[in-house]
Ligand binder design. Structure first.
Ligand SMILES: [Zn+2]
Length: 83
């Protein structure tokens, strides 16, 4: 824990539990990894099947170096296509 890191945290909506993901040097890298993670989830847990954005699809949070966190939501057309 020598460096200040941006970290990703996964939230298992079905289990109601968090799990650690990757660590990154800056927010840009963290956002890129979050997007990749969400796209992998979209393949393994398609939102149409898992009930849309409020379904059981896992969520991805970005944790800032100061410990605060926010939910990452991808803004690409694939993740935001009309349901
Ligand atoms: Zn996306």
């Amino acid at each position: 824990m020598a460096e200040q890191q941006w970290r990703l945290m996964g939230w298992d909506t079905f289990e109601g539990s968090a799990y650690p993901l990757t660590e990154h040097e800056d927010e840009e890298a963290a956002i890129g990894a979050s997007r990749e993670r969400l796209h992998a989830l979209e393949i393994s847990q398609p939102s149409e099947i898992s009930g849309g954005q409020t379904g059981i699809q896992d969520q991805v949070f970005i944790i800032r170096p100061d410990g605060s966190r926010y939910r990452f939501q991808c803004d690409c057309p694939i993740c935001n296509r009309p349901k």
